[in-house]
Each structure stands twice: as C-alpha cells, then as structure tokens.
Design a protein around this ligand. Structure first.
Ligand SMILES: Nc1nc2c(c(=O)[nH]1)N[C@H]1C(S)=C(S)[C@@H](COP(=O)(O)OP(=O)(O)OC[C@H]3O[C@@H](n4cnc5c(=O)[nH]c(N)nc54)[C@H](O)[C@@H]3O)O[C@H]1N2
Ligand SMILES: Nc1nc2c(c(=O)[nH]1)N[C@H]1C(S)=C(S)[C@@H](COP(=O)(O)OP(=O)(O)OC[C@H]3O[C@@H](n4cnc5c(=O)[nH]c(N)nc54)[C@H](O)[C@@H]3O)O[C@H]1N2
Ligand code: SF4
Ligand SMILES: [Mo]
Length: 862
C-alpha cells in the first residue's frame, strides 16, 4: 500500500487528499491527488493542495530538541521544560505561565494541551491563533444560538439560490468551496454577491460587488434588515416560534445606510427578497474588526428574522481558516471556553474537574492572545509555550510581541521548522512532526471530522505534539492523567468527554465514537457531528431552545488622524500560506506573487507620487516599512492593502504586522487587522538590483530586499541608497563582469570551480533590469556564454512567455494572450482546451476570466 487517504495541511475547507509515496516512503517523493470520495472536495484540490509534495522535504526541518543553540536529547529537554514550568508555578502561581497554540494542531494535540493547562496547571491561560481568526464568529454564535455552532454545510452551498460572501476572498482563500459555488451557479443559476471594500478576483466574478467602506457591513446589514421588515419579508411565524427579540429591536434599526451605495443596496435588497435559499458566508473581513462580533450577529439576525436557517440551502456560514480551527474550538483551545463547548459556571467546572479527576481545574477564563502577550511583556507571565504558530509575525503590532518574548524568562517553541521569526526568540525548541508524519483528526468548516494520516517517517527525532505535551505533563507529576499509549486513546477520551456537552443539551456530541477500537479509528471515514440541519428538530442550545436576535449598535464615526490619512487593510495571497514556512519552500507557489506589494488606487498613487512597480514607505503609529507598489483600481480610494505573509527571514520589511494596531473587538478580543490609519510616501532608491544565486545568500542591510525560492536556487530583489554593495552580495569564484558607467549599470556573474553559474547580479541606477526567469533557470548550468550571461537572455531568443498564470502547467500571460488573439478564444474553457491552462487545480480560473474581460475591453476600444 503506497497510497494514503488524508486531509490537506492548509485551509478549513478540509479537502481529502490521496498521498502516494511510491515504494520508498523515506525518499519523500509524494504524488498528491484529490480524494474523489471525500465529501468536502469530491476529488478537487486547489493549487496549494496540489503542490503539497513540494513541501514535505527535510530542508529546514527541526530534527532534534535544542536548548539555546545546543542540541539536547528528548529526556533532558522534556525535564527542563517541565521543571521550569513547575518552578515558575510554585513561585508565582498558575497564572504566571501560558500556552499559545494553533488551529494547525490536530484535535488530539489540542485536547492534551488544554487538559494540561486548564485541568492540571489550573490556569485558563491557553489561547490560540484562532483568536486572530474565528473568535468573533464564535462569540456571535454563542450570543445568537447559545453555543458555538455552525448551522450550515457545504451541501447548503450546492442548494442555495443566492450566496452572499462577506469579507471573504473565497476564490483565493477557500478555492475548493469557490469551485463548488461556481458549480452551483452553472447548475442552478445561483447568484453571487461579494461585500468587500476591494475588488478581489472573487468580487470580479460576482453578479454584484458591494464595495462598502471598511466596517460598512454593520450599516449595510442593519439597513437590509430594516428594508426586509418594511417589505414584509420578515418571517414573523419563525421569529415568534424560535427567537427571543430584545425590546425596541425593530425600532432601533433606523435603516439609515450611512453609505453612498444606494444602487448597490437596492440591487442587493431585491436579490435577498427574491431568494429564500440564501447562504451568507463570512470570514476575515467580518471577523477581523473591532466590531467583528456585531458583524457576525448582524448577519445572523437577518437569517433568523427571515427564517433562513436550519433549512436546505440557507444559513449564516462562518468559514474557518485553518485546517483545525473548528477542532480547537470543540476541545476548548480558546481561553474563553473551558472545554467541549462548556463555560466556567460552577456546575460546568465541577463536571470537568470530575471527568478529568483534576481538582485544580481553573474556574475563570484565561487571557486572550493580545492580553496574553501584554502580560508576557509586563512580566505577569514568566514562561510561555508556543505551539504551531508564529506570533512574532502574525500578531498585530508584532514588534511589541517580539519585545515581550525577548524579555520573557522562558520561551518554548514547538515547530516543525528550525528557523522561524518566533523560534529565534525561543530558549527551547522542540521538533514536532509535520504534515504527512502526524496522525489524528481535524474538523473542517462544516463540522466534518476527518482523519489526517501519516505516510512519511518522522523527520529525525520529531515527535507528535500530543506526545510532547503528555511527556512534559508526566514529568510535572501528572503521569496518571497523561499516560495515553496512542493517539486513538486520546481521541476516545475527548469524544467520551462530549458527554458533558450532550448532557447540557448542546449540539456537540461525539460520544458514539468513544468506544472505537484502534483499527476502527485508523479506518474512520469522515463524519459530521451535529448532523445536517439539527436546529429545527432540537431547537437552539439555550435552555429555552430559542435563538436570540442581538441589538447591533450603529457604526460610530472613526476618528482619523490627519498624519495617517489612509486606511491599511491586510490579508492573503492565493498561493501562500500565512508566514510561508511551508508554501515558501515551493518554487512553483512563489511565482504567483513573489514579492509583498502595497496596492493603491491610481488617484491616490498620483497624489502621493507613487508609480506602479516603484517603492513606497508605509507608516503607521506602530512602525514603518518599504514595499513595492501596485497601482490598481481594484483598491478603493483612500485605502491600501498589503499581504500578511512575508517574514524577516524572507524580506527586509514585508511583515505587515510591523504596522497594524492591537485594537480588539470588545466581546471576542479578536484584533481588527483589517483597518488602521496609515501614511504613504514614494521612495526613490539610488540603485535597484536583482540577484540569482544557487545557494541562499546572506543579505547586507539595505533599503529593500525580498528573497524567493526558485527551482535551482534563489531570486533576490534589492534596492538601496548610496553605493550598491556588490562585493557583499557576490560569492567567491571566477567572475565575469560588464559595466555601463553612464547608465550606472553593472552585471556580474560568478562561476564555481566547474565553470557552472553560481550567482549573477544585475544592478542599475537608472535603466531597466532584464527579465529574471531565463537567468535564474541557468543556475548550475555550464553551457552558457559570457554574452548570454551578461545579457540575461539566450543568444537565440525565444518568445517570452510572460508572468506565470497557470502554475500547474507553467503557462505565462503572453502565451495566453497570443492564443486568445490567434485562436479567437472567448471562454475560460476554450483557453483550457487550447493550452491546458486552468484545467488541473483551477486556482487560476478567476484570473483567466479577468484576462478575457481585459482583452474584450481592448477589442471594444479599437
Ligand atoms: N491562499 C491562502 N488561503 C488561506 C490562508 C492563507 O494564508 N492563504 N489562510 C486561511 C486562514 S487561517 C483564513 S482565516 C482564511 C481567510 O480567508 P479570507 O477571509 O477570505 O481572507 P483575507 O484576505 O484575510 O480577507 C478577506 C477579505 O476581507 C476584506 N475586508 C477587509 N475589511 C473589510 C470590511 O470591513 N468588510 C468586509 N466585508 N470585507 C473586508 C479584504 O479586503 C479581503 O479581501 O483563509 C484561509 N485560506
Ligand atoms: N496583518 C494580518 N495578520 C494576520 C492575519 C491577517 O489577515 N492580517 N490573519 C490572522 C489569522 S486569521 C491567522 S489564522 C494567523 C496565522 O498565523 P500563524 O499561525 O502564526 O501562521 P503560520 O505560518 O501558519 O504558523 C504556523 C507555524 O506552525 C508550524 N507548524 C506547522 N505544522 C505544525 C505542527 O503540526 N506542529 C507544530 N508544532 N508546528 C507546526 C509552522 O512551521 C509555522 O511556523 O495570522 C493572523 N495574522
Ligand atoms: S481548498 Fe486548497 S488549501 Fe484548502 S483544503 Fe482544499 S486543497 Fe487544501
Ligand atoms: Mo485564520
């Protein structure tokens, strides 16, 4: 058996993957395909999933425990961590320690971490990066339903007539869900609305794009509800039977839109009124706001009031980001829940203490992520263990978080990679199994629990996260409660514990899995807890079984500081995952966007003197950085956007969380990553350059650099002030040089002892730089002439395929444009037939559609 059915390492769609290692798993050459029988994706995969095989090598892995820079053995590292935590607790109490964990842990890992902190250490101080991601949706569910329950499944998307996407760039971030939505549109004419300040590729494909201002969701959904009430579209019977309505609720909704969107609003209202089968999908544009919880409730209010919930094709759908955000929410990884959807009432705490046989069980919530790092900074928390997350990059105002970790007495990091921005601040690094090595379960956006299975040997001495934590717990003296011999036994204990939620008439109930044998667990098929649409059968989770409409206050005016006149928005690129520790390893994934860009509207660009491809300095009250500008009318006036992905390992200043503010939603504690005041100014470097290098180069300090992996080495983009540091950038070896002093152009190539190209540097003060692709592909090649090297193109020139569009078949923009013109192609399908582009994973299909639209426009203009 060389094929293993598992689930994708990345997003919360939770696609089933077939990994084929061939006969020799140790060689780690893995062929990846979609699992045709997995209910989440029916065989589809996006480009990140398709390229998973590129990321399972051993390069960069942490393969042994380290104490400082000294390699340690497991026994020593485990005892050291246990003793330091125990001593800290003995001296300063249980709240002087904390765990900061992640939606990329498996459910079993999460369960063990939560049990140790909340049950045995006796502190609520375990929080997760889901605080940055899902906390507002969780709070909105709790307020409306009495439980963190997602009342929608993917099947509802297949059966909806109207899908409204709120603050979700679905085509990039949940691409397989997007493909299902596209299919529903094709099969049944489903209408798609996108509510997003930016015209994303998702918005460009929609029937209606409502380009609201930041946080305009609140006035929009209030107005929509008032409008539906006015039109008599509210389902009064449903409300009377199933909902509690606060006094004055309808009166308070004055219906004022507070937006300059009358046309889009009228169109939206007509669509909503006409389509009872309506799903509203929301993600970070809703959650990552200082009004995130209210946004969730404004959406849920509309569904409850119109009776569009608990029925086929209808409901409010918070889509999860990470592969196991949902599993973490179940077991209680958030500081604000105890475990198994239970809170901190006396009854709940004593039931948990009894189940765990843990008299120390904490009775109050712990600190939420932003407050947790504040407590680290001011010394209240003295020891912190960070697992499967990179907060030195991903927390808002990450400079403060770095300072906190630098000051902290004891920082433990469990990661599969040796070098991350956070690992650099650790006293102890513990090697965790990575995707393909680890074994357990994950829960996706639609409550589908799937097995993630191992098919590769461990990297060096790496261990499962649950095992690492359980061993530390045992070394702290809690061996009896942490003595599992297998991951299946952890799963049995967790599922048995959901008896506590079941007894309290919550939806979370996995007790029928508590008796599985090990072999049954291994073979377990995906299943969904809570059934398909249980709400109308069992009622909501409050004791009176009724849902709650929630008063959502209107939007207060934002105070703007004239020194920071623009609004900075941050988010994701299609082919990168978070802090790039894994997707950054794939040369193929790097090509879609190889640098972090700041996107700006043409009118703003003009008024600030910023040019497309030029550099710009962005400043906020928290920090400043230099990025390359992309001028696009997809960006609204007065706003700029930059990606969250780049780290200090990969760029001089790409980290967007140097800039963001740590302001949070008052209910959920989730940071408002999508909006802070910012200033921008053009920066003119004295020189610009690029370097291709067979080995990873060390870079001198300069104004701007970014590194991107290539098939045969690295590509570095650089710019600076003063003299270009040519010597510092070039490795030793034999040189070839050419210089054009008048234009300040210098080209240097370096060859190794065998005459192979090891690096080439192209510097200019005023001219253009040649294209990078050809020269980067010659690294390690010896049959290249001096003239070719210095010109960065082959003597006999081939047509330039242009920037890559289709990653799977490596097809460039120029090739596509030529085929459209020559063969008169007029649909994405026709492009696929002619060139194969877009026919494998489909991630580039929205881009192909945009290219077609652009060419039609060009034709019309002729
Ligand atoms: N390619 C890729 N896919 C991913 C991830 C990844 O790193 N890369 N990460 C995964 C994770 S953990 C998550 S949480 C999801 C996130 O998935 P998404 O939420 O789709 O991604 P984002 O790009 O963070 O934000 C979505 C959109 O919110 C918009 N927005 C900003 N402010 C507002 C506002 O006030 N109102 C509205 N309505 N919209 C606004 C932004 O312009 C942006 O286009 O993606 C998951 N999938
Ligand atoms: N400005 C801005 N910031 C944001 C966001 C935004 O939209 N804008 N989005 C926020 C959101 S929604 C999220 S979810 C976060 C994500 O932010 P992070 O969680 O910090 O990002 P990742 O790069 O996914 O970090 C995961 C780390 O765990 C490691 N890892 C992977 N698998 C395992 C494993 O099995 N075990 C262990 N121990 N380690 C493992 C990886 O190598 C990596 O170092 O970022 C948040 N930050
Ligand atoms: S949509 Fe893509 S990234 Fe998300 S689970 Fe599926 S294959 Fe993985
Ligand atoms: Mo997320």
């Amino acid at each position: 058996m060389t094929k293993t059915a598992t689930t994708c390492a990345y997003c919360g769609v939770g696609c089933g993957v077939i990994a084929d290692t061939g006969e020799n798993a140790a060689a780690r050459h893995v062929a990846i395909s979609g699992d045709k029988v997995h209910p989440a994706n029916h065989g589809r995969l996006c480009v990140k999933g398709t390229m998973l095989g590129d990321t399972v090598g051993l390069e960069g892995r942490l393969t042994a425990p380290f104490i400082g820079n000294r390699r340690a053995n497991w026994d020593e590292a485990t005892r050291f961590v246990a003793k330091t935590f125990a001593d800290t607790i003995a001296e300063h109490g249980p709240d002087s320690v904390a765990f900061y964990v992640s939606g990329q842990l498996l459910t079993e890992d999460y369960y063990v971490a939560n049990k140790l902190m909340k049950g045995f250490i006796g502190s609520g101080n375990i929080d997760t990066n889901s605080r940055l991601c899902m906390a507002s949706a969780v709070a909105a569910h709790n307020r409306a339903f009495g439980e963190d329950f997602v009342p929608v499944t993917y099947d509802d998307l297949d059966e909806a007539d109207l899908i409204v996407l709120v603050g979700s760039n679905t085509a990039w971030c949940h691409p397989v869900v997007w493909q299902r939505i596209e299919k529903a549109r094709k099969d049944r004419g489903t209408k798609i609305v996108v509510i997003d300040p930016r015209r994303t590729e998702t918005a460009a494909e929609a029937d209606l794009h409502v380009a609201i201002a930041h946080d305009g969701d609140i006035p929009l959904f209030r107005a929509l509800l008032a409008e539906m009430k006015g039109r008599g579209e509210v389902d009064e019977g449903f409300v009377a039977q199933h909902c509690n309505v606060p006094d004055g609720f309808w009166h308070g909704l004055n219906g004022a839109l507070g937006e300059d969107l009358p046309e889009a609003f009228a169109a939206l209202a007509d669509m909503v009124a006409a389509h009872p089968r309506m799903v509203t999908v929301f993600s970070q544009g809703a959650n990552q706001s200082v009004r995130g919880t209210d946004k969730g409730n404004a959406i849920i209010n509309l569904h409850l009031a119109m009776g569009r919930i608990g029925k086929a094709g209808a409901g409010p759908f918070s889509m999860t980001g990470q592969p196991n955000a949902m599993g973490g929410r179940e077991v209680g990884g958030l500081a604000s829940t105890l475990t198994c959807h239970l809170g901190f009432s006396e009854d709940e705490v004593s039931a948990v203490a009894e189940f765990w046989q843990a008299p120390a069980t904490c009775s109050t919530p712990g600190l939420k992520a932003v407050d947790m790092f504040r407590a680290v900074h001011d010394g209240r928390i003295k020891a912190i263990w960070i697992m499967a997350t990179n907060p030195a990059v991903s927390m808002p105002d990450a400079g403060f978080v770095r300072e906190a970790l630098e000051k902290c007495d004891f920082v433990v990091v469990s990661d599969c990679m040796a070098d991350t921005d956070t690992a650099r601040l650790a006293h102890v690094r513990l090697p965790a199994l990575g995707w393909g090595e680890k074994d357990g379960t994950v829960t996706n956006s639609e409550r589908m629990v799937s097995r993630q299975r191992a098919f590769l040997p461990a990297a060096g001495e790496a261990r499962a996260d649950w095992k690492i934590i359980a061993d530390v717990a045992a070394a702290m003296g809690f061996g009896d409660a942490f003595g599992w011999q297998s991951v299946a036994s952890v799963f049995r204990e967790y599922t048995a514990m959901t008896l506590l939620s079941k007894q309290r008439r919550l939806q979370l109930d996995l007790t029928d899995k508590a008796q599985l044998r090990d072999d049954e667990y291994d073979a377990m098929e995906p299943f969904r807890w809570g059934g398909a649409d249980p709400l109308l059968e069992t009622g909501f989770s409050f004791p009176d079984r009724r849902a709650r409409l929630i008063d959502v206050a209107p939007l207060a005016a934002v105070e703007t500081d004239p020194a920071f006149p623009l609004r900075l928005n941050t988010g994701r690129y299609r082919d990168q995952w978070h802090t790039m520790t894994r997707t950054g390893l794939s040369a193929r994934l790097v090509r879609h966007r190889s640098e972090p860009l700041v996107e700006i509207h043409p009118a703003d660009a003009e008024s600030f003197g910023i040019t497309d491809g030029g550099l710009a300095r962005i400043s906020t009250p928290r920090g400043s950085t230099v990025l390359r500008a992309k001028v696009t009318d997809g960006q609204a006036r007065g706003t700029i956007f930059s990606p969250m992905h780049w780290t200090d390992l990969l760029s001089s200043g790409g980290r967007s969380n140097r800039l963001t503010a740590p302001h949070v939603d008052p209910v959920s504690g989730q940071p408002g990553f999508k909006d802070c005041g910012a200033a921008i100014e053009a920066v003119t470097p004295d020189w610009r350059a690029f370097l291709v290098s067979a080995t990873e180069p060390d870079l001198p300090d300069c104004l701007y650099w970014t590194k991107a992996r290539q098939e045969k080495g690295w590509l570095v983009e650089l710019a600076g002030l003063g003299e270009a540091p040519v010597d510092a950038l070039m490795p030793g070896g034999r040189y070839m040089e050419a210089e054009d002093v008048r234009r300040g152009m210098k080209r240097v190539a370096s060859l190794d002892d065998d005459g192979r190209l090891s690096a080439a540097l192209f510097v200019t003060c005023s001219g253009d730089l040649p294209s990078r692709e050809w020269i980067a592909a010659q690294l390690g090649d010896r049959d290249v002439t001096t003239a070719e090297l210095l010109a960065a193109r082959p003597a006999e020139s081939l047509p330039d395929p242009g920037p890559q569009v289709c990653v799977c078949f490596d097809i460039g923009l120029n090739t596509i444009l030529a085929a459209i013109a020559d063969q008169r192609l007029s649909s994405v399908m026709a492009i696929g037939k002619a060139l194969n582009a877009g026919t494998n994973c489909g991630s580039c299909r929205p881009q192909l559609a945009e290219i077609l639209r652009d060419t039609n426009m060009a034709e019309a203009a002729e």
